[in-house]
Ligand binder design. Sequence first.
Ligand code: SF4
Ligand code: SF4
Ligand code: FES
Length: 265
Amino acid sequence: MEAKLKVRRFDPQSGDGIHYQSYALEVPDYATVLDVLLQIRDDLDDSLAMRCSCRSAICGSCAMRINGQARLACKTKMKEVAADGEEVVIEPVGNMAVVKDLVADMAPFWQKVLAVEPWLQPKGPPPEREYLVPHEAMRSLTDIAACIMCGSCVSDCTVLETELELGKPSEQTFLGPAALAKAYRFVGDPRDAADAERLLALSRQEGIWDCTRCNVCLEVCPKGVAPMEQILALRRKALEQGYEEYLGARHTLEFEKTVRESSWL
Ligand code: SF4
Ligand code: SF4
Ligand code: FES
């Protein structure tokens, strides 16, 4: 098939501004978008920068916007997004600064993940051998454990987009879907004993109550992590813990009260 790509280019060292460059080439019908980009780099333009490693939707490094939506380039067949000869627009992930072409600066993403303390914090003396936990207790965490930290959800999160457009410094923006899904990975883990502290921190500004439930992270996540569902689970746990004084919590409780009392929103 004929693949036509319009790729967003940016090289801070070149002095050229952001621009789009078109490429056309013959590729096999089974080619993924990543295959096509690698073929462009090998045969047509070795200056094109991108990130990739596993080519099997495992490492999370090839997330980019394909026709305006964050996807893994190695998991997206060219013919899924464009018919023979139809142009596809390729851009770096959103809500992150661009280092070069399709390579984004992931540092703020990792800082937010680190901010939720993504490690087990058990209580009491360490067990003689490993921490044992029944399978049933871990079942609700299976989807979250599938996260490959690709950043697609953060790329397209509408709250982050708005905050960054308004000029908020990145470190003061919403924690975002990937970090919050990771937070639930530990709040939901029966071995973790830091739920109260975790939920208190997450209830504060830039945390669980900042999500507008737009559903976008559910749609773009390539691994079925459903970050928004994990954020809602964190909200329920925070309310159970009695953290009701935060703006979003008060809003939710008022809604519930109004519906109960009058059947009206
Ligand atoms: S549902 Fe929430 S976390 Fe997910 S993209 Fe929308 S605002 Fe962001
Ligand atoms: S939650 Fe999904 S979209 Fe977000 S980083 Fe993890 S795998 Fe990627
Ligand atoms: S190259 Fe590893 S996820 Fe695409």
